[in-house]
Every structure is written in C-alpha cells, then in structure tokens.
Design a binder for this molecule. Structure first.
Ligand SMILES: C[S@@+](CC[C@H](N)C(=O)[O-])C[C@H]1O[C@@H](n2cnc3c(N)ncnc32)[C@H](O)[C@@H]1O
Length: 435
C-alpha cells in the first residue's frame, strides 16, 4: 500500500523547466546575525557573464547548478592545489568550473549521463567540418537501434531508420568528432520523439503529439539533418566560448553509475560542493531515459539505476542529531510522505557525515527549501544541526532568491488535492571543518 502510494506520488510529479527570474539586487545585499546572507550568484562572477555561457548549459540536466555558484565558492574558499569533490554531480558543473580556476576534481553520480556531458563540455576546440560530418552520416551503413520495449511508444515508426543510421555512425566514432556529435544528436532525437521537451521527465503530452503530427506532414528528413547541423554549430560555438575562459590541465576522476550512499572516498579532498537530490519527487534517471537507451545502456541496467535514486531507495536508519528534523517529521500526516521524508534525510545526512570524514576544509551544500504538501522543510538547518555533531561548524548560508525556477505540477494529487508550490529560494550552506 505504502509502496503503491509512493509510486503514485513519484509518477504524478512533473518537472518543468523554466528560465529563472531573479529578484532585484546585486551581489551580497545584506547579512543578519544568524549568518544568512542574501546573494544573487549569477551577478557575482564577471568572467562568466551568463548562466548559459560556454559549455555550462549544452544539455538540459534537471536541477543543474548555475556555474556562478561553483565559481563563487572556488574564488572565496579554495586555495591553489586544493581538490574539489561533488558526490551528486549531475551535469558535472563542479568539474567544468574547477578547470577554469585550475583545481583538481572528483565527480560522482548515479546517472551515467555525466560522462558524456562532462567530456563534451571540457573538450578543446575540435577540428570538425560539420558539412562533411552530415554527409558521412547520410552515407553511413552502420546502424544502432536501442533494445527498448517502449521504443515504438516514444518514436513514430517512420523515424526509426534515420535515427538508427545517425546513432550507428555516432557509436562507430572513436575521436573528438564523437563528442561534437553526441549531444547535438541527443537534442535532435528528443525533438523527433513523442517526449515533451518542456518537461524534464520523459512525458508524452498533447503538445508533443501535435509536434510529431506536424513533423510527419513535412519533409522531416531534411529537417532532421538541418537541425543536426544547427545543433553541431551551436555546440562548437559554445566549446569555443568555454575555451576562451582558459581552462587548465588538471587531474580529475569521474565515477558514474555509483550509489553515493554505498561508496567511500579513496583519497582526501579539500572542498565538497554539491546539490543533493531534491526532496520532492524528481527522477533523474527517468528524465534521461531516452538518452541512456540511445547511448547504448541496457534496459535492465537503467531500471536498476532508477531503483537506487534518493529518496526512493530504502536506506539504513542512522541516529539523527537534529531537533528540527523530528519537529517537522511530526507535522507530516500521510504515511507515505513521512516515509519519503525519513528516507531522504537518512540518505543525505548519512552520506554527508560519512563522506565528510575525508573532507579537510569545507562542505558547501546547495538545497532548495522544499515543501511537503504545504509545510516548508528547512533542509539547510537540519543539515547544519546534524553535521555539527561530526565536527562541522556553520560558517554562513547564502540565500539565492528567485521568483521561480522550476515547477512541480501534480496531475494526480493522492491526498490533499493541493498543488505543490514553487521553490522560492535556494540556500548554499557553508560548513567549515573543526569548530
Ligand atoms: C540536484 S542533482 C545535481 C545537479 C548538479 N549539481 C549539476 O550541476 O548538474 C542531484 C543528482 O543526484 C543524483 N543521485 C540521485 N540519487 C543518487 C545516489 N543514490 N547516488 C548518487 N547520485 C544520486 C542524481 O542522478 C542527480 O544527478
């Protein structure tokens, strides 16, 4: 029963992408006695003039960091020779920015998408003749079609051959051209699918059905190649822009497909900076399922990954040292939401306490003050209270105010009938070792 309710809750929540709208203000605007400082991260880094600059937004990864958050932390807290670590790295922003400032880094994520996003984003300017590349794809005899039981649900039959040809060619490449092609091809594949591109989770909508109907009426073959060409050009421009930031040769390590709950850091790191999964239903694997299939991952593996996502994966209970945690837990009436809440905190607090043992200087944790139904949960304060027990001192919390960033929209609302509301602020908690 509980599992059924959790599954319903998980499926009813749609993750929609919206351009952030920031409230008025510049840089740090005020501080108060509880060490909370308002900030607009996006305005703090002159050398990174926009959130989509360079390769910081070549792919729409859900809940991605804006590069300025990482850059701000590095400029304020890092010293030459330090190593940066993100255990929930997603897009890999922490690494892509670390290179610009010359820091070594280590990135982990359950989602294997991190490999291709990262390797594309940090590419040196590739020597690619895109007209020649498109010609080669058209003439290629190689084919790749994912073994996906739902393939025909997500793509009209007519499109499969053209997609198989392009992907067959992409999989056969072994040089830099591969990275010039993969993300553009992913973006075009999304467009030629029934998936609604405005929604992060793979989701078929009235709008996206219409999109395919319209495409089928046109000369969609030429449109496919034209769009691919445009996407490749766009990417090459972005790579060029990133290289203008003069990224350095640094040491790095990426571990994908791993569960941060069960993995240990082998070596010490200086700064952990991360944004853990959201408390509200958000599914990163489901959001990138279409990509993972075309990239060649097997259905059984994708299902396994999906089961390990926080907060859905069952976790070992730990002792929680936060009064606020219990205070807010008691406010939750519905059993399945209480379980979600408990799993979430047991998972993230345990992960931070355990990984923190190998972090020598700072832990910077970026969270949104999420709601369960109508109750705002002070995730940042709960993290601070708990980690104090492990020798971490609260340095400051930066509050990035946004009018809207993402929206959770519930079609089916299992109990309250109310809509989950928008996240209004995001908090960066900075903790210092030894206090
Ligand atoms: C808020 S996102 C991080 C986004 C990242 N800051 C960026 O710039 O793209 C949280 C990440 O946690 C990952 N995740 C969820 N459960 C996990 C687990 N058990 N182990 C490791 N990573 C997990 C998700 O795949 C997702 O990429």
């Amino acid at each position: 029963m509980i599992n059924k309710k959790l599954k319903e809750y998980r499926q009813s929540t749609i993750w929609i992408d919206e351009e952030p709208e920031y409230v008025e203000g510049k840089e740090v605007i005020k501080g108060d006695s509880s060490n909370k400082i308002s900030i607009l991260f996006r305005n703090t880094i002159p050398e990174i003039p926009s959130t989509t600059y360079g390769t910081f937004a070549i792919y729409k990864y859900p809940a991605k960091f804006i590069p300025q958050v990482i850059a701000y932390v590095l400029k304020k807290y890092a010293k030459p020779g330090m190593k940066i670590f993100d255990p929930f790295a997603g897009y890999g922003t922490a690494g892509v920015v670390s290179r610009v400032y010359g820091y070594d880094y280590e990135l982990w994520d359950l989602n294997p998408m991190i490999n291709i996003i990262h390797d594309t984003a940090v590419m040196k300017n590739p020597k690619v003749n895109f007209l020649d590349l498109i010609k080669k794809i058209k003439n290629s005899q190689k084919e790749f079609t994912p073994r996906w039981t739902n393939l025909n649900f997500w793509f009209p039959e007519d499109f499969i051959p053209i997609l198989s040809k392009a992907w067959g060619f992409a999989h056969s490449l072994t040089d830099e051209t591969k990275y010039a092609l993969l993300i553009p091809l992913i973006n075009v594949t999304r467009h030629f699918s029934y998936g609604d591109e405005k929604v992060h989770k793979l989701y078929k909508s009235k709008y996206s059905r219409k999109k395919i109907e319209e495409l089928l009426k046109k000369d969609w073959k030429s449109q496919f190649y034209k769009m691919l060409e445009k996407e490749i050009c766009k990417l090459l421009k972005k790579v060029w822009e990133y290289n203008r930031l003069n990224p350095k040769q640094v040491n790095y390590k990426i571990r994908s497909g791993i569960n941060a709950l069960e993995t240990k850091l082998e070596d010490n790191v200086n700064i952990l900076i991360t944004s853990p999964p959201y408390l509200q239903a958000q599914e990163y694997i489901r959001s990138t399922k279409l990509e993972l299939f075309w990239l060649g991952y097997e259905e059984s593996y994708i299902k396994e990954l999906s089961k390990k996502e926080i907060p859905y994966t069952p976790v070992n209970e730990i002792k929680i040292y936060s009064n606020k945690y219990f205070e807010y837990r008691d406010k939750i009436k519905e059993n399945h939401l209480k379980i979600l809440y408990e799993r979430y905190f047991h998972a993230i607090l345990n992960t931070f306490a355990a990984l923190g043992e190998k972090v020598t200087d700072y832990m910077c944790i970026f969270v949104g003050p999420a709601k369960i139904r109508t109750t705002s949960i002070p995730i940042d304060d709960i993290i601070i209270e708990h980690l104090k027990e492990f020798g971490w001192k609260h340095e400051v919390t930066f509050i990035d105010k946004i009018v809207s960033r993402v929206m959770f929209e519930s079609n089916v609302n299992p109990a309250s009938g109310e809509k989950d509301s928008r996240i209004k602020t995001e908090h960066l908690v900075v903790l210092k070792r030894g206090g």
